[in-house]
Every structure is written in C-alpha cells, then in structure tokens.
Ligand binder design. Structure first.
Ligand SMILES: *[C@@H]1O[C@H](CO)[C@@H](O)[C@H](O)[C@H]1NC(C)=O
Ligand SMILES: *[C@@H]1O[C@H](CO)[C@@H](O)[C@H](O)[C@H]1NC(C)=O
Ligand SMILES: *[C@@H]1O[C@H](CO)[C@@H](O)[C@H](O)[C@H]1NC(C)=O
Ligand SMILES: *[C@@H]1O[C@H](CO)[C@@H](O)[C@H](O)[C@H]1NC(C)=O
Ligand SMILES: *[C@@H]1O[C@H](CO)[C@@H](O)[C@H](O)[C@H]1NC(C)=O
Length: 455
C-alpha cells in the first residue's frame, strides 16, 4: 500500500513537472502513458486489437485465489468479511473463503440500488456526501443483500452468503491462472457504471450509457457515436464476433443499422478461421453467450468452466494466428454482478449531464448521477509485447493524475492508437494503458493454455 502511494506521488510529481505539455486529447510530452513516445511505440507494435467481454464477476470472486504478488485479493490480503445482517451484528458474519461453485445458483443483485446497499449499506446513499468524499463505500453489504433477495427460497443464510463471498482457487480457474502468470493483470480496473450489463456494454463502446442504469432498452436505440462508427468513418476495420443474439455489442448503436453495417456482426466460428487466415480486422469484439446453463459468459447460472473454455479457445486461436505478433487481446468483464469485492470504487468524471432514477426495494427513489465507477473486475492485457506475470496498479490519466483504470480506459487507449478524440469527459479522464506495451517482444508466450478444471 505504502509503495503504491509513493509510486502515485512520483507519477504525479512527474506530471506536474511536465505540465505545460499536458492537456488536449492527443499524446503529450513527458513520459509514460499517453506520451508521444509511448503512443508511437504502441502504434509500431500493435495493429490488431481483440476484446472479449465476459459477464458479471468481481476481481475478489474470480481472482480471489491468485497468489501472484501485487494482486490485492482475499488470498493475499484477506479474509474479508461481511455481516449477514447490516443492522443486526448478532446474526454473525461470512468471510471470503477458498473454493467456489462452478455455477452460482442465486444470481446476486447488481442493480444500481443493489450496488448501493452492497457498498454503502443503504439503497439511497446521500449523493452530496458521496461526491464531496464524506461518504466512502465500506463494501459490507454483499451478504446482507444476497440474503434479503433470496431468503424466501433459501433458508440457509450461510449458504447464500458464501455465493457472494467465496472465491475460486488457482486450480479451479486454471486458464485464468495461466493468463495471470503469463501476461498483465490489472489490479484496479472498474466497470464504468455500478449497474447491470446493457448500460455497461454500451458505455464500454461509446463512453456513456446515455442515461441508462438498467437493462430496459433495445438494440438500435443508442444514438451516440460508438467505436464502431468511429473506425468505419476513418477507414479502420472491425468485426463483432458473436455466439448468439445475447451479446451483439455493435447492435446497440443505431448507426450500425442505418449505415448498413449489421453485416459486420458475424458468427463466433469466423473468429478462428479469420485468425488462422491472418484476416482479423483491426478491431475484433467477441461476444460470449449469456446467461443461463450452457452459456459461456460466466454469468450465473452459466458455468465458470464453460467461460474458461471460451477464453482458452480465443487465446489459442489468436496465438496460432500469423497476426499474433502484432496483436493485443484485452479480456475483461461487463460488471461485477453483485459479487463481493473489498476495494471501494472511486469517483469519476460524469460522461454527460444525464441521470438515472430507480425505485428501490424499500419504495424510495434513488437518482444516480454517473459520477462514480462500478466494481472492480478481472481484466488482462495479453500480447507478445507485454511483460510476463506483471500486475499493473493504478494508471496515470492525461491530466497527470493517478487514477483507477475503468472500462473507458479501452476507448482512451484506442483513441491514441487510431487517432480519435475521447467521446466523453469520462473517457478523456480515464488512464490509457499504452505504456504496458514494451519495446521488445517475447518468445516465451504459451501456445496452449491448461485444460479447464473438471468439477
Ligand atoms: C436484519 O435484522 C433486522 C433486525 O433484527 C430484521 O428486521 C431484518 O429483517 C433483518 N434483515 C434481513 C435481510 O434478514
Ligand atoms: C448451510 O450451508 C453451509 C454452507 O454451505 C453448510 O456448511 C451448512 O451445513 C448448512 N447448514 C444447514 C443447516 O444445512
Ligand atoms: C434508428 O433510429 C431511427 C430514428 O430514431 C428509428 O426510426 C429507427 O427505428 C432506429 N433503428 C433501430 C434499429 O432501432
Ligand atoms: C477513407 O477512404 C475513402 C475512400 O478511399 C476516402 O475518400 C476518405 O478520405 C478516407 N477517410 C479517411 C478519414 O481517411
Ligand atoms: C418514485 O418515482 C416514481 C416515478 O417518477 C414516482 O411515481 C413515485 O411517486 C416516486 N416515489 C417516491 C417515494 O418518491
């Protein structure tokens, strides 16, 4: 912790010294992320970016058992405990424990208000206290909210609590363990919005959910500019490889229909054949299937093992491709799905002036201002150009500030790679990760990842 603070101070000091060169959306002088030399290095090395967005898992849940140094998780720094009842300490506690289920039965609450009670202990935290820093998330309400949500069907409160507090061992997620030991894992990567899938998937590709905080909107309804439109209009190539109709991210945007580009949303099987033929576009987005038994996104009640198989297949197809040497694969999640994580999500710039209001389970209304990040999620940067087994801490944004990475860090970095401006202030203030691309490539990246754990 202390060394992190020191690194942060040093980064900040360096930024202040370089102050006249900062600002604006393009690369700046100085050193590190977003600097002209770092961005040029990335442009020289990386021609193809592949993004795989899984579903609904927090870092403490999925990577809680990874022993690699630098990852702040239950096995290294825990256990972390939650009361079973926020207002009645006598009900006892549940603590993070090794070994989780291949599939969690009772999908945790991850509505905006669900995240509120999990982090702040109330469905309706005081927004002014949050934005002034007086109210900090305590991350104590995960077990309580799981019990409140499911106690009518499940009498065993300990069993319910374990579904949100437990974590996977290295052995249980053998594929993820291999990725962690071979590539870069982010210790501080958050979803853009403390809410469910659709707003987060939209924000990942456009820098805003256009005021949406729930899943209640349709494909084609998003009118804002997306990465897909940006790339097409600047003669860059992209495809959205999808398993079924559940995660077709390019289809959120109205432009994809009106420009006649729905043809770029293609079946997942094409990813392996395009990779083998060296015909991957510059930007590939892979959609897993969601969300029940037999789907691959790791979303409850889909199996974690089926998600591991998709990750293994994706990696091995890219690794075998003639394009591997110029590729970067970003594997991340849409949001944390209501699973426990002990790191309080930070405040962040509002993307626009829109708000979202929902009626909570206790009948009150909560208005969200999109001024803070969602929970911390597993995210890896995979490439022959990244360091082996490296855990990245916080980043530096283009204002020279130390900040947690967010889903918007993807657009910030791709903007440097392909010369486009941040779509929103949220994207503009998110740290880019170009500096993780090294000057020399590695020859020791695995061709094959371990077999998926058999439960
Ligand atoms: C927590 O305890 C209070 C007081 O005993 C009780 O009224 C409430 O129903 C409990 N909440 C849950 C989720 O069990
Ligand atoms: C409740 O669940 C826990 C954890 O799964 C288990 O150890 C315990 O035996 C269960 N208790 C009862 C009464 O079934
Ligand atoms: C795109 O926007 C137009 C104008 O609002 C609307 O008429 C059309 O239905 C939208 N397309 C889709 C696929 O939703
Ligand atoms: C994209 O390509 C078209 C056709 O070659 C050309 O007219 C246009 O100027 C290009 N646009 C950009 C931004 O390079
Ligand atoms: C919450 O908002 C809804 C929709 O605007 C409104 O109908 C309802 O009266 C509000 N409830 C409270 C308690 O303010």
């Amino acid at each position: 912790m202390h060394s992190n603070t020191l690194v942060g101070l040093l980064a900040f000091t360096a930024a202040v010294n370089a102050a006249p060169q900062w600002g604006g959306w393009g690369p700046h002088g100085g050193n590190g992320a977003g600097s002209r030399s770092s961005v040029q290095n990335m442009k020289d090395k990386i021609k193809n970016v592949v993004v795989l967005v899984m579903e609904n898992r927090s870092l403490d849940n999925l990577l809680g058992g990874q022993k690699i140094r630098g990852l702040d998780n239950p096995i290294n720094n825990g256990p972390f405990c939650n009361p079973l009842n926020l207002t009645n300490p006598k009900a006892g506690y549940a603590c993070s424990q090794a070994s989780d289920f291949d599939s969690v039965i009772d999908d945790p609450d991850h509505a905006v208000y669900g995240n509120n009670i999990e982090w702040y202990g109330t469905f309706t935290p005081d927004n002014n206290a949050i934005s002034s820093g007086r109210l900090q998330p305590h991350m104590q309400g995960f077990a309580h909210e799981e019990i409140r949500s499911y106690q009518a069907k499940e009498a065993n409160h300990t069993f319910l609590a374990q579904q949100v507090m437990n974590y996977y061992t290295e052995e249980q997620v053998s594929v993820l363990t291999a990725l962690t030991q071979n590539f870069v894992t982010f210790n501080h990567w958050h979803s853009d919005i403390p809410g469910p899938t659709n707003p987060n998937r939209v924000a990942l590709h456009s820098g805003t959910s256009a005021g949406h905080g729930a899943n209640n909107f349709a494909y084609g309804s998003m009118m804002q500019r997306s990465i897909f439109q940006e790339l097409s209009e600047t003669n860059h190539t992209w495809k959205n490889y999808v398993t079924d109709t559940s995660e077709e991210d390019a289809l959120w945007f109205n432009w994809t229909y009106t420009s006649g580009n729905t043809k770029l949303v293609v079946p997942l099987a094409n990813f392996a054949s395009d990779a083998a033929a060296g015909k991957l576009p510059e930007f590939s987005v892979i959609g897993p299937s969601c969300c029940g038994v037999g789907t691959t996104s790791m979303h409850p009640q889909g199996l974690v093992s089926d998600g591991e198989q998709l990750i293994k297949d994706t990696y091995e197809a890219l690794r075998a491709s003639p394009q591997w040497k110029q590729s970067a694969l970003l594997i991340t999640f849409d949001e944390t799905g209501g699973f426990h994580d002990h790191i309080p999500p930070p405040l962040a710039a509002r993307p626009d002036d829109l708000t979202y209001t929902a009626t909570t389970p206790d009948g009150s209304n909560y208005t969200f201002q999109f001024d803070r990040l969602g929970g911390r999620m597993p995210t890896w940067l995979i490439s022959p150009w990244v360091q082996k087994g490296y855990v990245e801490q916080k980043g530096t944004n283009s204002d020279g500030q130390t900040a947690s990475y967010a889903a918007s860090s993807m657009l910030r970095t791709l903007g440097y790679l392909w010369d486009f401006q941040p779509f929103t202030p949220r994207v503009e203030t998110s740290p880019s990760f170009d500096a993780l691309i090294q000057r020399t490539s590695r020859s020791n990246t695995p061709k094959i990842l371990p077999e998926v754990y058999k439960w």
